[in-house]
Design a protein around this ligand. Structure first.
Ligand code: UDP
Length: 489
């Protein structure tokens, strides 16, 4: 007692996509803010430099190794799923990341960590951690609710008894009655795909880990956090919303949309963003543009790129472009009392500061888990438009459990962010926008509920809050683990 504890060296291995990297780098920043911890993040050069604008504590080191891009036929710099505009490119990138395994493994071993925080997509880190006799903590970037849905779909298979893709059914045995349709399910739960074996391996690795880190807070989904622990037997720590711990990232934002927001009335602007990976078609952009024109509310739209036509010439390289219908530029700059109606951001938007701005009154989101946490923490009502991965399950947490958002009405899950799907028509989009931005009773009730959750999110990370305490508890057990290991060596 009273002795100075040994320094803990934690190595972080994030997957190469913003939705995975951003929160994992946040974990590193949170951990090193506690005494006697140093962190090393292993990634590739381009990914490391994309983080260079963040002021890092001296206790965080980046170690980099290049991806074998040439070997898989990818151009230089294509080191993140953000740059993958087609399935083909995505698969090549997966392959390149897989080929990096031996190199990553030797970097892990050579740097002698006390703990590995690994993206769940690297199941092999379980063996490395076992060999080194150290804890492996898995991080998937998703939520408890999603884990519960996936688990019970697989266990009870209610969708096998449903005849049509569009018929609703209830997921059995959960704390709430959650309605889904078959068309909203990920294809790995419906039948055998080439990814089933991988997912089995990921689950096995999670089970064999020291535990799982969840970017969530207890008050947001307590029934599902309890369910995961008690019914599914997963050892986990809820340590979020992570980005709230690192407020300094958002301090000085120099983007012209921020000044424009300053001039707007509270809760008058709709923010639209589909995360870092989703791509839509030109027709979908046209429907969205029409919906914004018709609903007439102020907006900030973070535009995704669309594939540029290569006239079906397979020899031409696939390229992407920012695309909007010609007439839309005029709409954006249309003067309303000498003002413009909206902003289109072509590129990376400062999402967290935008959402925190008092002028934002709604968030049309693809339901990526980071985006949901950011919207909830800012107390902003959500308009949900899920697209792929776990997003349809996340949507149900928002609309059926927490009741802090309304659905646009997309019901077709797609396997890859870049695949084409059925276009969502203007009518559906603008109906959802009006329900949230129109200021009716439904919107007021949603606003009240999301404000309550926002307060709870901020409390969770304060001293004595649920996430704060869970981080303390986690650091305590991993320190004990190190002490025990030293005693037995
Ligand atoms: N993001 C951002 N600016 C953008 C697009 C995305 O800051 O223009 C951030 C967003 O704040 C979130 C992350 O990128 O932290 C996206 O993660 P999410 O889980 O929401 O979706 P994904 O990109 O993984 O589909």
């Amino acid at each position: 007692m009273g002795q100075k504890s040994e320094q803990l060296h934690i190595i972080f291995l994030p997957y190469m996509a913003p939705g995975h990297m951003i929160p994992m780098v946040d974990i590193a920043r949170v951990f090193v803010s506690h005494s006697n911890i140093k962190a090393t993040i292993i990634t590739t050069p381009t990914n490391a430099s994309s983080m260079s604008s963040i002021k890092f504590e001296h206790k965080i080191t980046f170690l980099t190794t290049p991806l074998p891009l040439k070997d898989v036929g990818l151009p230089e710099g294509c080191e993140n799923l953000v740059s993958a505009s087609t399935r083909d490119i995505t698969f090549k990138l997966f392959r390149a990341i897989e080929m990096l395994h031996p190199k990553l493994e030797s970097m892990l071993v050579d740097n002698k960590p006390d703990v590995i925080v690994s993206d769940y997509l690297y199941p092999w880190t379980v063996d490395v951690a076992n060999r080194l006799g150290i804890p492996r903590l898995a991080f998937s970037g998703s939520c408890f609710f999603n884990n519960c849905i996936s688990h019970n779909l697989e266990k009870f298979r209610p969708h096998d008894r449903i005849e049509s893709e569009s018929q609703e059914f209830v997921v059995p045995n959960l704390p709430d009655a959650i309605n889904l349709t078959r068309s909203q399910l990920q294809d790995i739960v419906k039948g055998k795909t080439s990814f089933n074996a991988l997912f089995e391996r990921l689950k096995e690795a999670e089970k064999n880990s020291f535990g799982v880190l969840m970017n969530s807070f207890y008050e947001l989904e307590h029934d599902y956090a309890d369910y995961c622990r008690k019914e599914m037997g997963i050892k986990s720590w809820q340590i979020g919303p992570l980005f709230l711990f690192n407020k300094s990232i958002t301090s000085s934002i120099d983007h012209n949309c921020m000044q424009w927001l300053d001039s707007k009335m509270p809760k008058s602007v709709l923010y639209i963003c589909f995360g870092s990976l989703t791509r839509f078609t030109k027709s979908q952009h046209t429907e969205m543009a029409n919906a914004l024109k018709d609903s007439g509310c102020f907006f900030i739209w973070v535009l995704g790129k669309v594939l540029k036509s290569n006239d079906n010439d397979q020899t031409k390289e696939v390229t992407e472009e920012w695309w909007l219908p010609d007439w839309f530029e005029e709409i954006i700059t249309m003067k309303e009392n000498g003002d413009r109606l909206g902003f289109v951001i072509k590129g990376w938007a400062p999402q967290v500061p935008i959402l925190k701005h008092r002028a934002i009154g709604g968030f049309l989101t693809h339901c990526g888990w980071n985006s949901i946490l950011e919207g909830v923490s800012a107390g902003v009502p959500l308009i949900t438009w899920p697209v792929f991965a776990d997003q349809f399950y996340n949507e149900k947490l928002i609309t059926q459990v927490l009741k802090i958002g309304v659905e646009v009405g997309n019901v077709i899950w797609k396997a890859w962010a870049t695949d084409e799907t059925e276009v969502i028509k203007n009518e559906k989009i603008k109906t959802a926008i009006r329900r949230v931005m129109g200021g009716g009773e439904e919107a007021k009730e949603i606003r009240r509920k999301v404000k309550e959750l926002s307060d709870l999110a901020h409390k969770a990370i304060e001293k004595g809050g649920s996430s704060y305490n869970d981080i303390k508890a986690l650091l305590h057990v991993i320190r004990l683990h190190k002490q025990n290991k030293m005693l037995h060596n």
